[in-house]
Design a protein around this ligand. Structure first.
Ligand SMILES: Cc1cc2nc3c(=O)[nH]c(=O)nc-3n(C[C@H](O)[C@H](O)[C@H](O)COP(=O)(O)O)c2cc1C
Length: 339
């Protein structure tokens, strides 16, 4: 159960930049409770951000809410992310989330998916600093002793002064920390994130600034830290491919260069067991498909398999085909992490 010090604890974790806090990025259909438990079993993730939860759906009373608000593996290191279109609904949903066990609530002001932006959600909040500031002020009050944070992109265009001004107002409105994925609204997943903006915000703000984007392993982690200075690092897709990435990176940061081996078939088996325990039957196929499309990137010849299973709508078929692959190619089970 998150105690009265939930907020302080989160801020404390993020305020030790020298230790490079490692944070799991929010990813819709991926960073649900089952996946977070899998990551935790490998170890070394300092903070988990849930997949985005729709404020509208929450207020409307979805039957899936209990699944979205599971607090595994550790509520003291869990932040629930909210996405929404109106101040009223987001504030109401934030106050509901503050009654769960989780330690904090994060506001999604970075999502650039057109169906969300069109309705005024995600990065659309960055276009209206006044509305974004009011939202943070009210959400801050609504979450009480829980942390309140914001995840951002750069905005519609690159404008350092505007970005700093926007973030300063969020800070004065009560944001406890900010996560920055330094890309503009239209920059695609393959474009490199501009970590110099993470450095800029770290210099200009008093609150912790987490950097996010393009960390795929040790080399990219070290180069992002060089570019942005020390501080928290949030990892998304690399964790979906390799739920052990935090444990692996922590070892490397400590100077431990020993070989890191994983039995992929056992990881997959554990993932499916956790998925069945933490997700409703309706979600199994979509969540398994999404996970497998990243996880099969560990297989030398996994591209076609990943594409096929990623498009599948049958949970049983995804499981069966993946295990059939490991039966046929037993040598592919052992993965040595080199990320
Ligand atoms: C499948 C997927 C789902 C995502 N869902 C969310 C989300 O729910 N909320 C959010 O703020 N960002 C979301 N993102 C963006 C990630 O949190 C992160 O900013 C982005 O992937 C860049 O980090 P990476 O290079 O480490 O993957 C998602 C990204 C992916 C790939």
């Amino acid at each position: 159960m998150a105690s009265g010090s939930a907020r302080r604890r989160i801020v404390r974790i993020l305020s030790r930049p020298a230790t490079t806090p490692l944070i799991l990025a929010p990813m819709a259909t991926i960073t649900h409770a089952a996946f977070r438990v899998l990551v935790e079993e490998f170890g070394a993730c300092d903070l988990y951000v849930s997949e985005m939860i729709s404020a509208e759906a929450m207020i409307g009373g979805t039957s899936y809410e209990p699944y979205y608000t599971m607090s595994d593996p550790d509520p003291r290191r869990l932040v629930f992310q909210l996405v929404g279109y109106t101040e009223e609904r987001i504030v109401e949903a934030a106050s509901r989330l503050a009654r769960t066990e989780a330690a904090g609530v994060d506001l999604n002001m970075g999502c650039s998916a057109p169906h969300i932006v069109r309705k005024g959600g995600g990065i659309a909040w960055m276009a209206d600093p006044g509305a974004a500031t009011r939202l943070v002020e009210r959400a801050r009050k609504a979450v009480g002793d829980r942390s309140l944070s914001v995840k951002l992109r750069l905005g519609a265009t690159e404008d350092p002064q505007r970005l700093v001004g926007f973030c300063r107002t969020l800070e004065s409105a009560g944001a406890d920390f900010i996560s920055l994925h330094p890309k503009t609204r239209k920059q695609s997943a393959s474009r490199p994130a501009r970590w110099s903006y993470v450095r800029l915000l770290r210099e200009e703000l008093a609150i912790p600034v987490i950097g996010n984007g393009g960390v795929t392993g040790e080399a990219t982690l070290r180069s992002r830290l060089d570019e942005a200075g020390s501080g928290g690092v949030m990892i998304g897709r690399a964790a979906a491919r390799a739920p052990w990435i935090f444990a692996y990176l922590r070892r490397r940061l400590r100077g431990d260069r020993s070989e890191y081996r994983v039995d992929l078939a056992s990881v997959a088996r554990r993932f499916f067991t956790l998925l069945e325990a933490h997700q409703p039957p309706d979600f199994l196929a979509t969540r398994a498909a999404r996970f497998v499309s990243y996880f099969t990137q560990n297989l030398a010849f996994g591209h076609a398999l990943g594409a096929r299973l990623g498009a599948s709508r049958s949970y049983d078929r995804i499981r069966e085909e993946l295990f059939a692959y490991f039966e046929e190619h037993p040598e592919a089970r052992i993965h040595v992490e080199r990320g």
